[in-house]
Design a protein around this ligand. Structure first.
Ligand code: UD1
Ligand code: CA
Length: 463
């Protein structure tokens, strides 16, 4: 492909009051710059495009992030921030002097693919395409100046604007696309003779108008797409706007969200119809909830799938798990990576499950740790049962076969196996395999002794 995509990210972001570069601050769990690169990667011939991020302040951290997550991306260093025009010059690939250039901002994270496509379609006709917006309060933005025929002739920055221009409510979002050959030509002509002493990218507009290059504008589908982030307050506001948008999509697809203002999706949440989500839940990574799943309040669910009809009660944490149908999990359960929970399993309050298969219909309803274990079907695990899976150096597996009954407060010292339909007496410390069908118990014999309880020393306590 013959295309340049230049993402400006050299600014310092002073108002973030942070040692982390602004564009690496996360929105919906992902750095702002990642959102922009993801939108770009959805463009039709994205495989052939090598976007370029212009870095400056905090450049090393940005570069490291890109290497790890977007290795195809180029970086260009802008040592001194001499303005947006100067930044674009740094970012243009000299080997790609034809086709179209798209200019984006690393701190305008929510630009959508559809809007970029609109701009590119316009620019493909040899046109300078500007993304503009009509706003109630245009203060701070560059203004779109049109002639009597309604044609764009200039962009004037706030700081260079007179009272008349300041009244214009159509603003420059900063995002634009145009033919690269012309852009190179215009950029060579811009000069820093303005209030800020900067090379303004926006000066290409009057240069284009002078040579009668057509200039056309388009607007984003959603107002929030072009919202820039300069402070943590703006980031927090944009986060809520975006979460609201994600919630709206889920509502439209047949999900009940008790309060769309109290949900956080940091990744992708895929839901079938008739999923129910109570307030205060956080979804991270990639989560799938099948039809009829109910998630109680204040749950945190990450990289997991939950099959139809399963109920997750309040304050449950689920991470890296597969939960089958019609199970009941929580309240206050913790399901950790490698947990595979079968149909109709019950995992109750203060039960932790890690790297364990729990078979169909099995129950662990209270205060247990099930780690590195294979639990068969129809097993009942009493309160306070613990798999002692770690010997201080290595992890070992516990196997509990179908129909076993584990009495309360049992310690299963792994590696150990409980046979089919075996019963383990309460309080047992199981260090050897328990045979099928039998009752296995390890317990000191109960005894009753005559005994006088100590009495409080009155003198001492009066002091
Ligand atoms: C710019 C536009 C203005 C528009 C506004 C939208 C110009 C001259 N003005 O103004 O018309 O309404 O954005 O928000 O383009 N950057 C660099 N290197 C630089 C300067 C900036 O990488 O030398 C980056 C910044 O990190 C930022 C972006 O470019 O991501 C925009 O810079 P900023 O200073 O915020 O531009 P504005 O003055 O707000
Ligand atoms: Ca600025």
């Amino acid at each position: 492909s013959t295309m340049n995509i230049v993402i400006l990210a050299a600014g310092q972001g002073k108002r973030m009051q942070s040692s982390i570069p602004k564009v690496l601050h996360p929105l919906a769990g992902k750095p702002m710059l990642g959102h922009v690169l993801d939108a770009v990667s959805l463009l039709s011939d994205a495989e052939n495009i090598q976007p370029c991020v212009v870095i400056g302040h905090g450049g090393e951290a940005v570069q490291q992030y890109l290497l790890k997550h977007y290795p195809k991306t180029r970086v260009a260093l802008q040592n001194e921030q001499k303005g947006t025009g100067h930044a674009v010059i740094q970012g243009l690939n000299q080997e790609v002097s034809e086709g179209i250039t798209l200019v984006l901002y690393g701190d305008v994270p929510l630009i959508q693919r559809q809007t970029l496509k609109q701009l590119l379609d316009i620019a493909s006709d040899g046109v300078l395409a500007l993304l503009t917006q009509h706003v109630n309060n245009p203060t701070g933005y560059g203004r779109i100046v049109r002639n009597l025929n309604g044609e764009v002739v200039q962009i004037v920055e706030e700081k260079d604007a007179d009272a008349q221009v300041k009244k214009i409510t159509e603003i420059n979002t900063g995002i634009l696309a145009c033919p690269t050959q012309e852009l190179n030509h215009w950029l060579a002509q811009i000069e820093p003779n303005n209030t800020q002493g900067e090379y303004y990218l926006t000066d290409i507009v009057s240069l284009a108008a002078n040579v009668h290059t057509p200039i056309r504008t388009t607007t984003p589908t959603f107002d929030w797409e072009t919202q820039g982030v300069n402070s943590r307050a703006q980031l927090a506001l944009l986060e809520r706007v975006y979460q609201g948008h994600l919630a709206q999509d889920l509502l439209d697809s047949g999900v009940t969200i008790v309060d769309p203002a109290r949900i956080d999706i940091r990744g992708s949440l895929e839901c079938e119809p008739d999923v129910f989500i109570d307030i205060g839940c956080i979804f991270e990574g990639s989560v799938r909830l099948n039809t009829g799943v109910r998630i109680g309040p204040y749950c945190q669910i990450k990289n997991s799938t939950i099959d139809a009809g399963t109920q997750v009660h309040a304050f449950t944490h689920i991470d890296g798990a597969k939960i089958a149908r019609d199970a009941v999990i929580g309240p206050y359960a913790r399901i950790r990576p490698g947990a595979q929970i079968a149909d109709q399993v019950h995992i109750g309050n203060f039960v932790e499950v890690k790297n364990a298969d729990v078979g169909k219909g099995s129950k662990a309803n209270h205060l247990s740790y099930i780690g590195d274990a294979t639990v068969g079907e129809g097993v009942n695990i009493g309160a306070g049962t613990i798999t002692c899976n770690y010997d201080g150096a290595n992890k070992h597996r516990t196997v509990i076969e179908d129909g076993a009954f584990i009495g309360s407060d049992t310690q299963l010292v792994a590696p150990v196996r409980v046979g089919k339909n075996a019963t383990i007496g309460a309080g047992t410390t199981l260090t050897k395999d328990a045979p099928a069908q039998k009752l296995t118990i390890s317990r000191t014999k109960q005894a009753s002794i005559d005994w006088q309880r100590p009495i409080k020393n009155k003198l001492m306590n009066d002091q």
